[in-house]
Ligand binder design. Structure first.
Ligand SMILES: [Zn+2]
Length: 229
């Protein structure tokens, strides 16, 4: 994966190419230059991700930061979030490969959703009404609400055949393309890289073939151009 920014894929340095919140959350531990890169090292970064994901408004982020940043509870919540992410990664990978969701995962997600529920509200759009989900972000732990909800929705309502890991890197995504043949996290990050690598390999093969052809042909001696001693 190259460190290339792309508007539609990256916001505030985070990847949003999963087409699904829980997958975008998984994608906060990418690998760059062969090393894992922790994008959620602290509470500030976690709030940054929530804002970039459109889950929190900047004033909510400011309020949470002012009240909790640097506190033990915020640190613990951030660590618990990373733990949840890694557990989830394990389960998602197994699920992508056809495994069923374990009872323990069900119980854990249900426990988190009961403690930190998403709420529903009515929204007016012109003359029509719609409902939208929201959560109250007063305490660090409240941040679990949208993640647990989204993980539950992933397992319950998403076709697992459309969820996969990039062919080139560690990022996961839900393939929403019409053909359903998306292989890469993004063409820009990994697709082009693979294409360039394949092209370079082809060129190397072509060069090797033409060189072996040249070697088998007898080349004439170059005419002497050295000055006589
Ligand atoms: Zn990739």
């Amino acid at each position: 994966m190259r460190n290339t920014e792309h508007k539609s894929n990256r916001r505030n340095g985070f990847f949003f190419l999963g087409n699904q919140l829980a997958l975008d959350f998984l994608n906060t531990l990418p690998v760059q230059d062969g090393r894992q890169l922790e994008l959620l090292p602290d509470f500030g970064a976690l709030l940054g991700w929530f804002e970039a994901a459109g889950l929190l408004q900047s004033r909510e982020v400011a309020a949470l930061r002012q009240k909790w940043d640097g506190s033990k509870r915020a640190q613990q919540t951030t660590a618990a979030m990373r733990q949840l992410r890694e557990k989830l990664r394990e389960r998602v990978v197994a699920w992508e490969n056809g495994g069923s969701v374990r009872r323990s995962t069900l119980r854990e997600l249900n426990r988190v959703m009961a403690a930190h529920p998403m709420r529903t509200r009515l929204k007016a759009e012109g003359k029509s009404l719609s409902t939208e989900l929201w959560f109250e972000a007063r305490e660090p732990e409240d941040l679990f609400a949208p993640l647990a909800h989204s993980a539950a929705a992933l397992f319950a309502a998403t076709d697992r055949n459309c969820v996969r890991k990039c062919a080139q890197c560690v990022l996961h995504f839900q393939d929403t393309s019409k053909k359903g043949t998306r292989r890469w996290c993004s063409m820009r990050l990994c697709g082009n890289q693979l294409k360039v690598a394949a092209y370079a390999a082809r060129r190397r093969q072509e060069r090797a073939a033409s060189q072996s052809y040249l070697i088998t042909k007898k080349s004439p001696m170059p005419s002497a151009s050295m000055p006589a001693q």
